[in-house]
Structure formats: C-alpha cells, structure tokens
Design a protein around this ligand. Structure first.
Ligand SMILES: Nc1ncnc2c1ncn2[C@@H]1O[C@H](COP(=O)(O)OP(=O)(O)OP(=O)(O)O)[C@@H](O)[C@H]1O
Ligand SMILES: O=P(O)(O)OC[C@H]1O[C@H](OP(=O)(O)OP(=O)(O)O)[C@H](O)[C@@H]1O
Length: 217
C-alpha cells in the first residue's frame, strides 16, 4: 500500500493538529519530541508519513503532491492561492484577518488619498482593497511585528491577524475593518483526493465526527 503523507504547519498550530490526529488514532510519537532535528516521520502500521514545514510552505507541498494532506491556517491558504481542495474546518487557531491602525486612520479607508498598507499578507490585502474599489493603496510587504508600521510612519494602516487584540491595544491601534474569520483547515491534493479517495475520506469523516462530538459535549 502507498503511504499517505501529511504536511503540517509547524509553530502555533502544530500541537493541536497532532492532538486532533491522535484522538482519531493517527499517532506519531517521534514527532512530539521537540528536540528532534529529524524532518520526516513514518507510521509503518498505518502506512502514513508526516512532516512539519513552515506554514506558508504547506500549500505548496500539497499542490505539488509532495504531501497528500495538509493542515494550515485559512490565512495561509488565501495568501498562497494554490490549487487544492479545502476539505475541513478544524475549528482551532481561530482569529480574524483585519485592517487595523490608529483610530484616526479610519478616514483613509473610504477616501481617495494614497495610503500605504503594511502586511505579511500582501495578496490578501491587495484583493481586499481591490474588491473595495479602493485603488489608491500601496501594499508594503513585511515579515513580522507588522503593528510597528503605522507607529513609525511606514504605513497608514496594516492588514494582519487579530486574536485577543492585545497587540493592537498595547500599541494604540484598533480594528478598523474585518476582512474574514480564520481557523486551521485541512487541505487535500487534487489528484490524491481522487486516487486515495477511500483512505482520505475515512480520515476526514473521523475528524468531522470528533469535532461534532466536541461541539456537542
Ligand atoms: N494570534 C495569532 N497570531 C498569528 N497567527 C495565529 C494567531 N492565532 C492563530 N493563528 C494561526 O496560526 C498560524 C500562524 O502560526 P505561527 O505564528 O506559528 O506561524 P507564522 O507566523 O506563519 O510563522 P513564522 O513566524 O515562521 O512566519 C496563522 O497562520 C494563523 O492561521
Ligand atoms: O490579537 P493578538 O492575540 O495580540 O494576536 C495577534 C498578533 O499575533 C501575531 O503575531 P506573531 O506573534 O505571530 O508575531 P509576528 O508579528 O512576528 O508575526 C499577529 O501578527 C499579531 O501581531
């Protein structure tokens, strides 16, 4: 039997992903060792392979079929725009993609003045402002601590993830507009979905059942 390969986003989402998989009997003990430098893990009994990669690379591995299944945030799926099937909302890693800035910056969001928008998510930002028909924006790509940009005068507003809102509050910024809700999703390679339909469906169905039970309980 062929192996089914999982690409999992490392970082914030990894622990919960492994825990959910474990609850449906998909285990990979070796992977839980945070000190390991090993990159790929095999469960011989279940004929499964697993690897952790940078979140933004998960959709790439899945589109190319290097992984059959991926688990990654909706933000990354939207930003990467890869060809894949999104099959399940896993319900954790919940947060929101928002336009944020100082209160006074709200006026720019319906005006015609040229503004800069800093973001780790330039594609999401570009699409949002395009759909809003606000074309007087210049998107500036940053790689982290995006809240700094309006504080130091790099941009008027930012497009970023908001979870508790603490980062915004502590820096005198606020949510000006909400773009969309986010959470961790399961994605599947389009060919694998057909070729391994039975095995993949079994996994998705088991996860759905588990998530439904959790919701009710
Ligand atoms: N408060 C939050 N901040 C950022 N991401 C969050 C938050 N809450 C949930 N998430 C989810 O977790 C994912 C980010 O995980 P993590 O911060 O580990 O990776 P990353 O920021 O993409 O990686 P890197 O720091 O290497 O750029 C996001 O893609 C999002 O879906
Ligand atoms: O609403 P909060 O609960 O404060 O969470 C949101 C913050 O967390 C994320 O940053 P992260 O910690 O991933 O660091 P980064 O800014 O370097 O990406 C995100 O980019 C926000 O800055």
């Amino acid at each position: 039997m062929r192996y089914i390969t999982f690409a999992l986003a490392k970082g914030r989402l990894a622990k919960k992903t492994l825990s959910l998989l474990e609850q449906i009997g998909i285990t990979c003990e070796e992977m839980k060792d945070e000190k390991t430098r090993k990159l790929i893990f095999v469960n011989e009994d279940l004929k499964l392979k697993f690897f952790l990669s940078k979140a933004s690379d998960v959709p790439t591995y899945v589109e190319y079929g290097a992984a059959d299944i991926g688990v990654v945030g909706k933000d990354t799926i939207l930003e990467e725009g890869r060809n894949l099937y999104e099959v399940l909302d896993l319900g954790f890693g919940k947060c929101r993609m928002c336009v944020c800035g100082p209160k006074e910056a709200k006026k720019y969001l319906n005006g015609s003045q040229l503004i800069r928008v800093a973001s780790k998510y330039p594609n999401i930002a570009k699409e949002y402002f395009y759909n809003k028909k606000l074309q007087t924006v210049e998107i500036v790509k940053l790689n982290g601590s995006v809240e700094l940009a309006p504080i130091v005068g790099l941009s008027e507003v930012i497009v970023d993830i908001v979870e508790t809102g603490s980062t915004l509050r502590e820096n005198g910024l606020e949510v000006l507009e909400e773009i969309c809700p986010l959470s961790a999703r399961m994605v599947v390679n389009q060919v694998s979905q057909r070729m391994e339909q039975e095995r993949i469906s079994k996994i998705v169905t088991a996860l759905k059942k588990l998530l439904d039970e959790k919701k009710q309980g």
